[in-house]
Design a protein around this ligand. Structure first.
Ligand SMILES: Nc1nc2c(c(=O)[nH]1)N[C@H]1C(S)=C(S)[C@@H](COP(=O)(O)OP(=O)(O)OC[C@H]3O[C@@H](n4cnc5c(N)ncnc54)[C@H](O)[C@@H]3O)O[C@H]1N2
Ligand code: MOO
Length: 411
């Protein structure tokens, strides 16, 4: 098998992903979830014309001649609090005292805020308000439907719900929200050398970091990780855990055991219990990525090296999980930043270099995190982006702009 280009591998994967069914959840649990259906306003918002200020509802003509020297006195005929409904209409020479958010009388033409009246002045009379200036039609009145009109499309299917959209859902009365089900992802770390995080490693052993890093990436992708027990490099054990994972999860991830070593069993077992779709991508790190399916469930055989496993997750697993989870935007945003380090040579494989991207008045800059070995998990902890050096290119010279897959927050 020859090496696949990154974009071809991504396309081959995405083509095989189908979006999960939807479920209905409580509004309070909907933050960060993906809306499964378009949502429409059930009524106008605001539902009635209301006051934008604490003040007096008036007829514009009544105060047209008002000035500081020649104030106009109006009779206060009603007081309306928010939540109440006015029972009077304005007539010539009258005013209705009204609070912010209260429904305005049907024929009100403007609301004059207290600050523009004799409110609180020592010589103010009860039941009379004096106006010192003219006002305009519609001033401080928020019309019905100004925000959303009854029946209008307010949120699209596929939209990720954030605080603002939660506010919209509450406004339209969506106590239950239709969202896509989150993919359940079984995470299987393979290797005789691995021990779990709470265990003291013996000589020759290391801690399983991939399982936990991948589980965190699964969460970041909006999916649910299921961390399975560590599997030794043993065909029987691998078959058993894959069978269990297929029963419990929508997507399977393994790490380790996909290169050409004596104990690299994942591809072999995958061919036996499912179907290997492709193996090896023209990239560094992450070349030995394997992808296939078992009983129709996608399985990603991530390389064991910690950086390779995480980079393969970012480029291939994350977009796949996002498609399964109903997201519209599958890929991380790319940014272009000025490379501050030394010149970067091209390679026959597309390189993804860990960088720290910073934003300043001069624009974005990128610096390598240091050495780029695929075992250096600490470099992933420092990085917020993966700088792309395209394969078979002239490389990138210091001071040039390079494309970066931004996966963390900008510094
Ligand atoms: N002769 C060749 N050797 C290797 C090749 C090759 O083309 N020819 N490719 C190299 C590349 S590139 C990578 S990447 C690795 C991938 O190997 P495997 O996927 O088979 O992974 P392992 O050999 O099992 O482990 C590699 C490395 O990662 C450590 N590891 C594994 N699992 C974990 C884990 N859960 N947590 C932390 N660290 C883990 C493992 O101990 C090894 O050090 O193969 C190269 N070799
Ligand atoms: O290409 Mo491997 O994934 O670097 O270490």
């Amino acid at each position: 098998m020859s090496l696949l280009a990154v974009a071809d591998a991504q396309a081959a994967i995405l083509e095989r992903m189908t979006t999960l069914a939807s479920e209905s959840i409580e509004l309070t649990a909907a933050l960060g979830r993906v809306l499964a259906r378009p949502m429409y306003a059930d009524r106008d918002a605001p539902p009635f014309a209301n006051s934008a200020m604490d003040g007096y509802a008036v007829l514009v003509g009544d105060v047209a001649q008002a000035s500081a020297d020649q104030p106009v006195a109006l009779q206060i005929i009603e007081r309306v609090a928010a939540g109440a409904v006015p029972t009077h209409e304005l007539r010539a020479g009258s005013a209705i005292r009204i609070m912010t958010g209260a429904q305005v009388p049907a024929n009100a033409e403007a609301v004059v805020p207290f600050e523009e009246t004799d409110e609180g002045q020592p010589n103010a009379q009860p039941d009379v308000v004096r106006m010192f200036q003219a006002t305009q039609h519609g001033s401080n009145i928020r019309p019905a439907g100004e925000d959303m009109q009854a029946g209008a499309l307010v949120l699209n299917a596929g939209q990720v719900l954030h605080a603002g959209s939660i506010g919209v859902l509450a406004t339209i009365g969506a106590a239950q929200v239709p969202v896509f089900r989150q993919p359940r992802v079984a995470i299987i770390a393979t290797g005789d050398e691995l021990v779990d995080v709470g265990i003291e490693p013996n000589p020759g052993q290391i801690r399983n970091s991939n399982g936990y890093a991948n589980a965190a990436q699964v969460r970041e992708a909006g999916a649910i990780p299921i961390i399975m027990p560590i599997v030794p490099d043993n065909a029987e054990a691998l078959r058993a855990i894959l069978a269990q994972a297929v029963a419990e999860a929508d997507v399977l991830l393994t790490s380790g055991g996909v290169s050409v070593g004596d104990y690299d069993l994942v591809k072999q077992i995958l061919n036996e219990v499912g179907k290997l779709e492709f193996w090896r991508v023209r990239m560094r790190p992450g070349k030995p990525l394997a992808f296939g399916s078992i009983n129709g469930k996608p399985i990603f055989g991530l390389p064991g090296n910690p950086v390779s496993a995480m980079v393969c997750f970012e480029l291939f697993v994350r977009p796949a999980l996002r498609k399964i989870g109903g997201y519209q935007q599958l890929f991380r945003p790319s940014v272009w930043a000025k490379l501050l380090d030394a010149d970067l040579e091209s390679n026959e494989r597309r390189q993804y270099l860990r960088v720290i991207v910073k934003s300043s008045a001069e624009g974005l800059t990128a610096e390598l995190t240091g050495a780029q070995g695929s075992g250096l998990v600490s470099s992933m902890a420092r990085a917020n982006g993966l700088l792309i050096v395209p394969e078979a290119s002239r490389g990138i010279i210091r001071g040039e702009y390079a494309e970066i897959v931004l996966f963390g927050e900008l510094h």
